[in-house]
Design a protein around this ligand. Sequence first.
Ligand SMILES: NC(=O)c1ccc[n+]([C@@H]2O[C@H](COP(=O)([O-])OP(=O)(O)OC[C@H]3O[C@@H](n4cnc5c(N)ncnc54)[C@H](O)[C@@H]3O)[C@@H](O)[C@H]2O)c1
Length: 349
Amino acid sequence: MTHPLRIALIGAGIMGRQHQQHLQRLDEARLCAVSDPNPQAAEFAAACGVPYFADHRQMLEQVRPAAAIVANPNTLHVSTALDCIAAGAAVLLEKPVAVHPDEVRELLAASERSGVPVLVGHHRRHNPLIARAHELLSAGALGRLTTVTALWQVQKPDSYFDIPWRREAGAGMLLTNLVHDLDLLRYLCGEVRQVQAFTSNGVRGFANEDSVAVLLQFHNGALGSLTGSDAVAAPWSWELDSGENPVYPRQADQPCYLLAGTRGALSIPQLQRWHYAEPGAGWHQPLLQSEEAFSREEALRRQLQHFVQVARGAVAPLVGAADAGRTLALIDAIRQAAESGRTCAPQVI
Ligand SMILES: NC(=O)c1ccc[n+]([C@@H]2O[C@H](COP(=O)([O-])OP(=O)(O)OC[C@H]3O[C@@H](n4cnc5c(N)ncnc54)[C@H](O)[C@@H]3O)[C@@H](O)[C@H]2O)c1
C-alpha cells in the first residue's frame, strides 16, 4: 500500500486552514507540519498534532515534506515556492501565482530545471460544473461563441481590510478575486487578444481598486465584459451564486457568467441552456430552456486529490505555473489599459 503523502502547510490563515480541513479527510495524504510567523499558528499546529515552525525554510530542512501547500500573502508566493522546489517538495501554490509576470518566468525555470511540479490553486477549474461547461463549449454546444458577460459584484465587510496586506500593493480585488473569474474566462472562452479597462478606488479609497469595468476581445473573435466591485450590496458573483463555499449565503437563482453563441446560450453556475427548436429561428420563436446535470463534489477537495497525483508524478498539473502566468499577464494588461486609457494585449510569459 502507498503511504499517505506528507504535506506541509505554509501560511495558516483563512485559506490555509480551509485546505487543512479538506486534507484531514483525505486518506491519500496527511499534514506533517505547519509554518507561519504568526504565533497563533503554533496553537493551530498543536491542535492538528504536527510540529510548528515560524520559518518555512527551517521547516523544509527539518521535516523534508514531499509536498507543500503555500497559502501566505501574494507577494511571498514565488519566493516561498522557490524554497519548496529547492527542497524537492511539490507545490500547491495559492493564486495568484505571482504578483509580477517576471516572477513567473523564474518559477517556471526552477520547476522545469528540477522536475518539481507546481499546481496553482485556481480551484474553480476542479469544480464539476466548470468541467461540464468546458465540455459543452468545447463540443460547440453554443455554436460560435459571440458574447460573454461576467459579473463579480459583492460587498466585503470593512473588517476584511483590518489585515494590512489586504490594503497594500500586491493585493486588491483584481489579483485576489477577479484572478479566478479571468482564469475561468480564459479556460471556458479561450485566450484574450486585448482589453480596455477602467478601475476606481472611489468607495474605499485604498491603494488598490474597489471597482473595475473591463472589455475583452478573445482570439476566437468573441467579445466580453467583466464588471466587478467588492464594495456593492449585490448578489452577482461566483462566491454567492455557486454555493461552493458555505461561508457565503447562497443566491442560487442568480448567474455570474452569461455566455452566448450563434446556436445557444449558457448561464453559470446554473448551467441553464437556451436554444431555438430550429437553429436560427430568431426572436419571434420561443427559446427552449434546459438544465445540465453535474455532480456536486467539492472543488477544493478535488484539487487536493489532484495535487496528490501531481506530487506523485502520476499526472500533469491541471493549472501549471505557465497557464496561471497567462491569467496574471491578463491582469497586468487590464491594469495597463486602465492606467493608460489604451487598448492593451497580455504579454506572453
Ligand atoms: N483559492 C481561493 O479561493 C482563495 C481564497 C482566499 C485566499 N486565497 C489566497 O490564499 C492566500 C492567503 O490568503 P488568506 O485570505 O488566507 O490570508 P490570511 O491573511 O488569512 O493568511 C495568510 C497567512 O500567511 C501568514 N504568513 C505571513 N508571512 C508568512 C511567511 N513568510 N510564511 C508563512 N506564512 C506567512 C500570515 O501570518 C497568515 O496567517 C493569498 O494568496 C490569497 O490570494 C485563495
